[in-house]
Each structure stands twice: as structure tokens, then as C-alpha cells.
Design a protein around this ligand. Sequence first.
Ligand SMILES: [Zn+2]
Length: 335
Amino acid sequence: MTRRCDTMRRVSVLITNIGEMVTNAPGDAAGAAGPVAAAGSAAGLVAAAGSAAGPVAAGGSAAGPVAAAGSAAGPFATLSSAALVLDGGLVAWTGPASKAPDADEVVDAAGRAVLPGFVDSHAHLVFAGERGAEFAARMAGQPYRAGGIASTVVATRAASDEVLRANLARLAREMLAQGTTTFECKSGYGLTVADEARSLALAAEVTPEVTYLGAHVVPPEFGSDAAGYVDLVCGDMLAACAPLARWVDVFCERGAFGADEARAVLAAGESAGLCARVHANQLGPGPGVQVAVAAGAASADHCTFLSEADVDALASSGGTVATLLPGVEFSTRQP
Ligand SMILES: [Zn+2]
């Protein structure tokens, strides 16, 4: 079956009348035409924003600049009076505006600058409440544990759609203001069928990169019945959530879900048309990276504690990106 993460809107967009354009391809300085950046990495497609009110920005690959390094000119190039064409999420052409090819849609940049946008491939933006006290405790030396998620779950379930939407919109605006033009957004603080589904529906209002993270932690009402919760995540919850998401994710960690449970969640998600990503090896050594690679996941995220075998598995995976999240380590004060 066609997986949702493999599909992409096939519309070409010409952004023209660019005062100055920065690209990741030094060859562009000579006005070279041709693909300069590949999308389809951890974050999926490249997005181009063209609001009359704000800057025009073209997203780049989550994996970083694609252009060959080593040029004396550095990894970037600039073009004046430029244009670019996006086709199916890829930068298909760059060059002088006077030589731009036709496209399905045209965006007039009105002399603005255009530069590659940041891609954030791991974001939890649908939540309510705050964990300032927990943060203070961690800074005072108390270790972080996965169970801290539960306090956000309580607040998120109790919040209205309007409260969640306003918080989400505020965070999305902040990301865009800081140059992030494409971002992924996970559920994971609802943990009931209804609360996960509404989290994903809200996430879809701000990004197409929506990730079903019903397997974040086992919610308190399931007690020690992790198997029962995994059945829900792979059953009724998945059925409600899969149509709203492109990705399925699991927190494979002590205190969250083990290797067998993670494999079950990813397999069920895949069978529902979702592509895998994994929270792996954040709090300690564990099977997360191996599970991610074996499942053909787009990414193994965190990777704070890696063994040699984990590094080898990632290096030979051919497609599983190791996503490092150093900001997390600063706010959890570990390892
Ligand atoms: Zn996360």
C-alpha cells in the first residue's frame, strides 16, 4: 500500500523577483540550474512559505546541506534578481529570474531575500500545563524519568480544544519567527482514543508532518497492564489516529515501552500506512536504535546512549537517521 509519508502534493511553484537568494549549493553562484537540495529525509517534505506578510523561505533537508563541501566559497551561495522552482517538495531549479521556467503557481517575492529554512523533525507541541517545578528539581540534581510525562497528560486531557490550539499556534509562530519553516508535531499527551485523535487533528492544523505517539507512556489508568495499553494503541486508537497522521512513533525506553512492545506498535502503524520513527536510547542504553533500524524507521531520535553495535546498525541502515536532541539533555541535566 502507499504509505502516507511517501505521498506528496505534486505542484510546482515558481518563486520569482527575489532580491537576494541564499542556497546550499555553491555552484548556484554561476547561475547553474538543477536540483540543489533533496527532501524526503527525517522531516519529510520541504515546505515553502509565501505569505505576503512575512518572509519567503524555502525549507531544506533535515540532514543538512546537500551540496558538496570543500568549495573555497563555503557551503552557501548567493544570487541576486533570482528565482527558484519547487516541484513536489524539491528545489528543482534555481537561477536568474529572467530565465525562470514556468510553474503551476507563481509567488512574487517582491524583492525580498530567500534563504533555506530550518527543519525541526522532532517536536511535542500539543500539550497543556507546565512542568517548571520538575525542571527546577532536575536542575537541583533529581534524575529525569519518563513518568514525568504523566503530569502533562493530566493537564492536556483537562484542557479545552481552544487552550490546546492557542498554545500550539503560539509555539508554531515562535518556530517560524526563528526560521523553522518545516516542523514535525507529535501527539502523546492524550493517551486515550479521543485525546490522541484530537491532538493529531490540532497538529494537522499547523503542519502536514503529524506523528501518532500514542505509545509515549502507559497512562495511569492502565496501571501495570502495559500489554492492555499496547493493544489499544495498536487497535482502536490506531484506527482513529492513522487517518490523521503520516508517522507512528514509540518511546522505547525503560519506564515506557520495551523492544517487543515497540516492534508491535511500529508494525501496526506501518500496516495502517504510517511510517516509523522511534524515541531511542535517551535515558540509558537500550534496544531502541536496533528496533528503529530493523523497522526501517526514518529516524532514531535522541541517541544519547549508543553502543558500538548501535552506531554500526545506524551506519549500515541505509535510511535510518540518528536525530540528536542536545537541547533535551540540557533541560533534563543528563547524562
Ligand atoms: Zn520526543
